[in-house]
Structures are given as structure tokens and as C-alpha cells.
Design a protein around this ligand. Structure first.
Ligand code: HPA
Ligand code: ZN
Length: 349
């Protein structure tokens, strides 16, 4: 185990911003900033139901997940052409690189677009080209995870999978997002079983607003490798033990949880407790354009609110690599870079 060198507390925010990290829970449609929504609307000849960027931004006051999703799906309606998807992902990837993200696995919601008549090829090709360019232009690796919308039917999910399969070399896995309550993971048991046969990586949102039972069924019915959010696990001691024992990663999103009133005060967020219970928790931004911050804002704000230290920072960044679907060789390189970046901070003291 790496011995964490002493780091002055006032240097912690700079350390958090500088350390290499992976982002594993980011909905690319949730990275659409109001300015980009307006410029894409103009480019595509669309009129938005908001008079200005400021008016749109001021509508971002959420009381729960559904109140956010309604506005998030409306924002995504400006995406029509391959170049729109490319530009959105390109903007996020540049922003992620500036936050010392070295690897990211991006969620996308094809049904949000195919329901509006946008071909799935337009979506996937635009996003995939931005991921490829990120490697050469920004030096970061990026891959795609296709998410099924859980408020829609199993039949719709199967139809989406069929449409996506000719492009299977352009995404690495599938996930499950959108309205959680009333849509338990088992609704998609057969879809996930098929995706498993196809060799795709599996993840699912569970335990964001939903009960621990949804986390159990994501694990035991869908057989996912990671749980997105999962913060409600703390209500079930046996589940906490299972997650810790199996090192099942949780992709936690502190500012999202605050803005959607899961933990209305960041001081009460349970990330620190999850980590200290031995869970493989990670920090992520979820929908950074809507929740007031990218990954480094999530790190600095949750650390300030809960009093976590450099030791927690090391563990979270290390967990993000462990939890990723990257190769073991890449993981080793990033873990090494993480240690180096800690050592650099000590030398400059
Ligand atoms: N939860 C569920 N669905 C989502 C989210 C989320 O936090 N963000 C975008 N789609
Ligand atoms: Zn999410």
C-alpha cells in the first residue's frame, strides 16, 4: 500500500485538482451548457421556450430527479446532426482534460434522440469521433456506454439494442438511467442478460432515490459490475458488507445528490462513510452543466464540506482507475502517475 506523504491542508484543493483521475459517471447530454444549447438551437433553426441563456440557467432549480429529467430531456432536443453530438462531446472532453481526467466512460441516451427521429448512427458516430479525437488531441482516453431509459418499456430497450448492434465496436457497455422510482432493475433483466451474452460491460443506476432493494437486484438480477450512485446502500448493513467484500464500485456524484435533494446539504453527504466502510466509491459529475460543477468542483466541494483528507483523495482517485473498464496495463500506468503526483506535492512544500 502506498504511504500517503504529509500534505498541508491548505494545499488540498490544488492537490484534488491536479491528481490524475477517471470519470465514470457523466451523461454526455448533461454536459450541454446553456450557451451551447442556444448556439446549437440557432445553428439548427430551432426556437427554445426560454428567451435567453440566463433565463434557461435560472430554470435549473430542482426538487428531485424527475424535476431535473424534464428539463434535461428538453435541453437535449437541440441535438440533430452528427456534428452536434461531436461538438457536445468535444467540449466536455476538453473540460475533463483541464480537470486532470485521464480516462472517462461517457453515458449517452440514444432513446432521447431516436424518439425525435435522429438516427442512432448519427448519435454514436458523432460521439465516437469525439472520443477518438480526444486520444490524439487531448491525450485522454474516452469510451461510450449506451444507457437504456428505464421509464420506457423492455420492448423499446430491445429495439434500441438491435439498432445499436451494427455499431457495437463503438461502445463498450450498457447502463440504465432516467426515472428510478417505480422502474426497478428487474424490469430489464432480459435485456441485460442479452447484453451480457454479447460481451458488453454492464452498469446501472440504483439507489440514487430508490431503495437498497434496487441495488440488490442490479447486482443479482442484472449482474452489473458497477452501481451508479448507490448512496442509499447505507440503509442496509448486509448490502454494505456485500459491496465492500466484492469491491463493487459506486460512482458517486456529490453535487448531483445535493442539487436533486438526495443530500440537500453537502455536509450530510455519506461519501466519506462509504469510503471508510471499505467500499470502492468514486467521485463523478453526473450532469455537470446542470448541477453546478465538473469533476474537480465535486471533489473540492465535498472535501470542504465533509473534512476529508489527502488519504481520502488518494483512495478516491485510485478507486476510479480500479473501477474503470480500461486495460490492466493502462490502470497500472495511471496508478503510477497518481503516486507521482502526490510525491510532487510534497516536494514543493
Ligand atoms: N439519474 C438518472 N438518470 C439520469 C441522471 C441521474 O442522475 N442523469 C441523467 N440521467
Ligand atoms: Zn447519472
Amino acid at each position: 500500500m502506498f504511504k500517503i506523504p504529509p500534505i498541508a491542508p491548505e494545499r488540498l484543493p490544488d492537490l484534488l485538482r491536479a491528481i490524475p483521475k477517471a470519470e465514470l459517471h457523466i451523461h454526455i447530454e448533461g454536459s450541454l451548457e446553456p450557451e451551447l444549447i442556444f448556439s446549437l438551437a440557432q445553428r439548427n433553426g430551432l426556437t427554445l421556450p426560454y428567451p435567453s441563456v440566463e433565463a434557461l440557467r435560472s430554470a435549473y432549480a430542482f426538487t428531485n430527479l424527475q424535476s431535473f429529467l424534464d428539463i434535461y430531456y428538453a435541453g437535449a432536443s437541440v441535438l440533430l446532426h452528427e456534428q452536434d453530438f461531436y461538438d457536445m462531446a468535444r467540449a466536455y472532453l476538453a473540460r475533463a482534460a483541464a480537470d486532470s481526467v485521464v480516462h472517462t466512460e461517457l453515458f449517452f441516451d440514444p432513446q432521447t434522440h431516436t424518439a425525435r427521429g435522429v438516427p442512432i448512427e448519427t448519435v454514436i458516430n458523432g460521439l465516437h469521433r469525439a472520443c477518438e479525437d480526444a486520444r490524439t488531441l487531448l491525450g485522454i482516453s474516452a469510451s461510450l456506454i449506451l444507457c437504456f431509459l428505464r421509464h420506457l418499456s423492455e420492448e423499446d430497450a430491445f429495439a434500441t439494442l438491435e439498432q445499436a448492434l451494427p455499431l457495437q465496436d463503438k461502445f463498450i457497455g450498457v447502463g440504465l438511467d432516467s426515472s428510478e422510482l417505480g422502474h426497478p432493475p428487474e424490469k430489464f433483466a432480459r435485456v441485460f442478460a442479452r447484453c451480457r451474452e454479447l460481451g458488453l460491460h454492464l452498469v446501472a443506476h440504483a439507489g440514487e432515490e430508490g431503495p437498497p432493494a434496487y441495488i440488490w437486484s442490479a447486482l443479482d438480477v442484472l449482474k452489473v459490475a458497477r452501481i451508479d450512485h448507490g448512496v442509499q446502500a447505507f440503509k442496509d448493513a448486509a448490502l454494505m458488507q456485500r459491496l465492500a467484500q466484492d469491491r463493487v464500485p459506486l460512482t458517486v456524484c456529490p453535487l448531483s445528490n445535493q442539487k436533486l435533494c438526495v443530500f440537500p446539504d453537502l455536509k450530510d453527504h455519506n461519501l466519506r462513510q462509504l469510503l471508510e466502510a471499505g467500499l470502492c466509491a468514486t467521485v463523478n459529475s453526473d450532469d455537470p452543466a446542470y448541477f453546478g460543477g465538473y469533476i474537480n468542483d465535486n471533489f473540492t466541494q465535498v472535501f470542504a464540506a465533509t473534512g476529508m483528507t489527502a488519504r481520502h483523495a488518494y483512495q478516491l482517485a485510485s478507486n476510479s482507475f480500479e473501477a474503470s473498464f480500461a486495460s490492466e496495463a493502462d490502470k497500472r500506468i495511471w496508478q503510477h502517475k497518481l503516486k507521482e503526483s502526490f510525491e510532487r506535492f510534497v516536494e514543493y512544500d
